[in-house]
Design a protein around this ligand. Structure first.
Ligand code: DGL
Length: 277
């Protein structure tokens, strides 16, 4: 095969996208919207979700297993759609895997640093993401003058998975988690630093009022992926259809399909079960 054909073949390979479960579909959704030529292989580790309260060692082990599986499917790049896995396992995967790997934390941090005017940024996420301090680290690299205030919001994940989006319990929890941080710290940008939180974006925006820009790392990651593929000459030029994408989970394929169909507003079929060793 000549080089031109080899490159074309490489460019048409899929992108591996993984998450602890369904939440990473918010990243898949942004990839579909912003990179319509790219086909994805999505892996949701639904048997082992949540990742948000697990140790770094465990998250690295799970992320390695998933990457190994995605590489066996011949992906040309890997997107860690999970904030917790991006915060705890990105460096290890980048070193160990021989395709480009990107996470959601750095693109989200970059967008927040650009969005803030007063240099005071809030970050919400799982305990693992907030305790890692990685959003703070990335923002400070870009804008050392910024002050970053982290707040874990663990219940948001379950509320979204229960479909309790515009619900009084969710509204109560938004105020319980956010009011004090906002009142005390005068933030003007808030990073939705967990895969599930973009699904609460409208409600959070309504409840916290004007004057705070909400930053969605899922959208920023799709933009970063676009930049990476173009920089490396890896962009596909062939438009995709739904049938080109593949979905794998480690448990509960039917439940995943229902959630995926509603988040992606598509009829997701044929989700396959993949048990990882
Ligand atoms: N995907 C996770 C994240 O973005 C949230 C769900 C979990 O805790 O596994 O951090």
């Amino acid at each position: 095969m000549d080089t031109k054909n080899a490159n074309a073949e490489l460019r048409n390979l899929p992108i591996g996208v993984f998450d602890s479960g369904v939440g990473g579909l918010t990243v898949a959704r942004e990839i579909f919207r912003n990179l319509p030529n790219e086909k994805i292989i999505y892996f949701g580790d639904t048997a082992r979700v949540p990742y948000g309260n697990k140790s770094k060692e465990t998250i690295i082990r799970y992320s390695r297993q998933i990457s190994k599986f995605l590489l066996s499917q011949n992906v040309k790049a890997i997107v860690i759609a999970c904030n917790t896995a991006s915060a705890l396992a990105l460096n290890e995967l980048k070193e160990e895997v021989d395709v480009p790997v990107i996470g959601v934390v750095e693109p989200g941090a970059r967008a927040a640093a650009a969005a803030t005017k007063n240099g005071r940024i809030g970050v919400i996420g799982t305990e693992g993401t907030i305790n890692s301090g990685l959003y703070t680290e990335f923002i400070k690299k870009i804008r050392p003058d910024c002050e970053i205030f982290g707040q874990p919001c663990p219940l948001f994940v379950s509320l979204v998975e229960e479909g309790m989006i515009d619900d009084e319990v969710t509204i109560t929890m938004i105020h319980r988690y956010l009011d004090k941080m906002i009142e005390e710290n005068n933030i003007d940008a808030l990073i939705l630093g967990c895969t599930h939180y973009p699904l609460l974006r409208t409600i959070i925006a309504r409840e916290i009022g004007d004057g705070i820009t909400l930053v969605n790392p899922a959208y920023e990651t799709a933009q970063a992926l676009k930049g990476l593929l173009s920089h490396r000459g890896l962009e596909s030029s062939t438009p995709c259809t739904l049938a080109d994408h593949s979905f794998f989970v480690s448990d509960g394929a039917m439940k995943f399909q229902q959630f995926a169909s509603s988040v992606l507003e598509l009829d997701i079929q044929n989700t396959k079960l993949k048990i990882l060793e």
